[in-house]
Ligand binder design. Structure first.
Ligand code: ADP
Length: 345
C-alpha cells in the first residue's frame, strides 16, 4: 500500500484518511456509493478508479473488498485489496483511442470514396454532351468539305474522329464503373448456375468460332446483386476468351467451399500474365495491351474488383506467362449453406 500510494510509513494515518486523500476527485462519488452499498446492503466493493499520489502522478487501481458485520449488524471490519492496474488501463485507453482513430479514418475514407464516385459519375455524365458536339461537327465537316481536303487534312480529321470515339468509350466505361455500388438495390438470392447458362448463350458464337469450351460445375446460390454477379462472370469469361493463346480456349469455372465463403475460380489456358502485373491489371484503365492488339479500355477487371468488394469478397489472379491464368474471387456463404460441399468445377 505504501508503494502503491506513494507514501512512507511515517505519513500513514488511518486507512480511511489515506484513501480519502488519494482518490481522484472525479472518482470520489463512485467510491462513496460503493462504500454506502457495502455498509448498508453488505455488497462487495469492486471498483476500478484512479488515485493521485503526493507527486501528482495518477495511477489506476482495482479496489475490491467487503465489510464484515457483528451479530447486531454493526460493521466491524473492512478487508480487501488494491491492485495497481495502470499498465492494463493505459493499454485499454490506447486501444480505445486507436479504435476511435480507425473508425474515424474509415468514415473519412468512405466519405471520400462516395465523393470520388459522385465526381466520376458527374464528370463522365457531363463530358458526354460536349463530346457529342465535337463528334457531330467533325462528321458535318467531313461530309460538307470532303472534296476540299487534301490527303493530310483528311488524315487529321480521321485522327480527331478516332480520338473522339475512344474518348466516348472511356467515358461510357467510367460511367459503368461509377454506377457499380451506386445502385442501392438490396441483395437477393442468386443462383449462379442460371448466371452461367446466360453467359454461355452470350459467348456461344465466340466459343464456336474459336473451337472453345466453357466448363462449369454445379455452383451455389449466393446472396448478391444479380446484374453485377452476371457482369463479373461475363468480364472474366470474356477476358479468358479474348486473351487466348494458339490453343483452343478451354475455360473452367470452379467453386470450392471455405469456412465462411465460397472461393470461385475462372481458369483459362490462354496467354497468361506476368506476375509483375498481378496488381496493375485490377486498376482502372490499366492494360497490358494496346488498343490495336485487343479491343478494350482496361475497365473490365476494375469493375470485377469493385463488384467483388461490394459483395465483401476478394479477387486475385494466379498465372504464368504462356501458361494460362486463373482468376479467383470469394463471395460470402448464405447462412443455410453450411455443409453443402459438392461444388467442383
Ligand atoms: P481490357 O480487357 O479492356 O484491357 P481488363 O481490365 O479486363 O481490361 O484487363 C486488364 C488487362 O489484364 C488486359 O489488358 C490484359 O492484358 C490482362 N488480362 C485480363 N484477363 C486476362 C486473361 N484471362 N489472360 C491474360 N491476360 C488477361
Amino acid at each position: 500500500m505504501y508503494q502503491l500510494l506513494g507514501i512512507t510509513k511515517v505519513e500513514f494515518k488511518t486507512i480511511e484518511q489515506v484513501l480519502l486523500e488519494a482518490i481522484h476527485p472525479d472518482d470520489m462519488l463512485q467510491l462513496y456509493q460503493a462504500k454506502e452499498e457495502a455498509l448498508l446492503q453488505g455488497k462487495k466493493v469492486d471498483v476500478e478508479h484512479r488515485i493521485v499520489r503526493p507527486d501528482n502522478s495518477i495511477r489506476f487501481v482495482h479496489t475490491i473488498g467487503e465489510v464484515s458485520f457483528d451479530k447486531e449488524r454493526n460493521p466491524v471490519l473492512f478487508s480487501g485489496t488494491m491492485q495497481d492496474i495502470t499498465k492494463r488501463k493505459q493499454e485499454e485507453l490506447q486501444m480505445q483511442q486507436l479504435n476511435a482513430d480507425l473508425e474515424k479514418r474509415a468514415e473519412e475514407l468512405k466519405a471520400s470514396n462516395t465523393e470520388l464516385e459522385h465526381f466520376a459519375y458527374v464528370a463522365s455524365h457531363d463530358l458526354q454532351e460536349p463530346l457529342r458536339m465535337v463528334t457531330s461537327f467533325l462528321a458535318l465537316l467531313k461530309k460538307r468539305h470532303q472534296n476540299e481536303f487534301d490527303e493530310t487534312s483528311e488524315k487529321f480529321i480521321q485522327f480527331a474522329v478516332d480520338g473522339a470515339e475512344r474518348m466516348k468509350g472511356l467515358i461510357q466505361d467510367l460511367l459503368k464503373y461509377s454506377r457499380v455500388g451506386s445502385a442501392n438495390e438490396p441483395f437477393t438470392s442468386v443462383d449462379l448456375n442460371t448466371v452461367i447458362s446466360d453467359i454461355r448463350q452470350v459467348y456461344a458464337q465466340a466459343l464456336t468460332e474459336n473451337a472453345g469450351v466453357l466448363m462449369a460445375g454445379n455452383l451455389p446460390v449466393v446472396s448478391g446483386h444479380k446484374v453485377q454477379l452476371y457482369q463479373l462472370f461475363q468480364n472474366l469469361v470474356g477476358n479468358a476468351l479474348k486473351y487466348h493463346s494458339a490453343k483452343c480456349p478451354i475455360i473452367e469455372i470452379g467453386c470450392s467451399e471455405k469456412e465462411e465463403e465460397w472461393e470461385f475460380s475462372v481458369k483459362d489456358n490462354g496467354m497468361g500474365i506476368d506476375p509483375r502485373y498481378f496488381d496493375k491489371i485490377f486498376i482502372i484503365f490499366q492494360r497490358l495491351h494496346n488498343k490495336n492488339e485487343y479491343t478494350g479500355t482496361g475497365i473490365g477487371l476494375a469493375i470485377c474488383k469493385k463488384i467483388v468488394e461490394r459483395h465483401d469478397g476478394r479477387i486475385w489472379v494466379d498465372s504464368h506467362s504462356g501458361h494460362g491464368s486463373t482468376f479467383y474471387f470469394t463471395l460470402r456463404k448464405m447462412e443455410h449453406d453450411a455443409g453443402n460441399t459438392d461444388f467442383t468445377g
